[in-house]
Design a protein around this ligand. Sequence first.
Ligand code: AMP
Length: 219
Amino acid sequence: MNLVLLGPPGAGKGTQAKVLNEGLKLPHISTGDILRDSVKSESKFGLEVKKIMESGALVPDDLINKIIEERLSKPDTNKGFILDGFPRTKAQAVKLDEILKNHPAGDIDLVLYFDSTLKVIIDRLSGRLVCRNCGENFHIKNVPPKKEMFCDHCGGELYQRQDDKEDTIKNRIKVYEESISPLVEYYEKQKKIRKINADFSAKEVYEVLTKLFKDEQLL
Ligand code: AMP
């Protein structure tokens, strides 16, 4: 099964992708995570990307397209994959379809469009805490760690992503709103997009997704 998770930052795409990855045993490919790894390396490329990410803007299409092409050439994607945070522009969606023409996993099966209200998004992003070690997400109020600022799973230190600070959040949402319509139209034409109310809890959204996969005969 090949899935694309679409939606604003903070809609819970990453959280669902992780759970789906455990259940479906398909690789979770997050372009945000790949870019954050490059930033950690402190290479010239990493430093350029860091600036872009901290401003809330998008990394140029040609760069991100190359990254995804390389990632999808790895054999673990041959039986399917879960794309989280890619595509983010129509040009990226066109490139993805082009890559998949010659990919063993075939075309995209479903595009899950996580729809969430602004109030919920801002609340989720501004309270989000991420483990430096394993990348697990927590939330100051909604999913607090048992030990303050330490990960329940691996004991790693939790931090607030630089781009989850207030000014950058506003820009990320603006950038998202500017780029989403052509992308939705693109997948509507292909009849692949399914809208999901992502204001619900992670457990409720997961239940909606599994029912959807059954209805679509993908499970
Ligand atoms: P995310 O973790 O998906 O919220 O992504 C964090 C940041 O990485 C975004 O705000 C962008 O700067 C960059 N990014 C991630 N995915 C893409 C993409 N598909 N196209 C362009 N920039 C991206």
